[in-house]
Design a binder for this molecule. Structure first.
Ligand SMILES: [Zn+2]
Length: 148
């Protein structure tokens, strides 16, 4: 058993623009990245490299490099994972209702490659413009510093 909680990946009938076999993803990603991105794992709270990052830039999908989030939508949620109040564009992410673990949560995936990013929660009262919290694994994204 690893340190990562792993949900059963939800079935999606979608085909994604970036399509690779699981073998190809395994070669491309580190074992930890693979577990989060391709097996819907969750990195331990406060362990991710971007949890408290304030660097200006764009966050890309670590699997396929699609631009997903801007640093200007990142906020301090104190939840232990990088949190954003909106994606870079609505069509960059896919939201799937996830009923594993006996509860209903909304999973967030990269719409280009179908990789798991995290979950989105609504109405938590953070006072952000959208009142949404995209709770994203650091292992699912990579920051490209620069102008947001
Ligand atoms: Zn992707």
């Amino acid at each position: 058993m690893g340190i990562f909680g792993t949900d059963k990946p939800s079935k999606s009938d979608r085909t994604y623009p970036v399509a690779k076999t699981e073998e190809e993803w395994k070669q491309l990603l580190t074992p930890a990245e693979y577990q989060v991105l391709r097996q819907a794992g969750t990195e331990p709270a406060w362990m991710g490299e971007y949890t408290e990052t304030k660097t200006v830039g764009v966050y890309r999908c670590r699997a396929c490099q699609t631009e997903l989030f801007r640093s200007e939508t990142k906020f301090d949620s104190h939840c232990g994972w990088p949190s954003f109040f909106s994606p870079l564009a609505e069509d960059r992410i896919e939201e799937i209702v996830d009923r594993t673990l006996g509860m209903s949560r909304t999973e967030v995936r990269c719409s280009a490659c179908g990789s798991h990013l995290g979950h989105v929660f609504a109405g938590e009262g953070y006072g952000t413009p959208t009142d949404l919290r995209y709770c994203i694994n650091s292992l699912s994204i990579s920051l490209e510093p620069g102008t947001a």
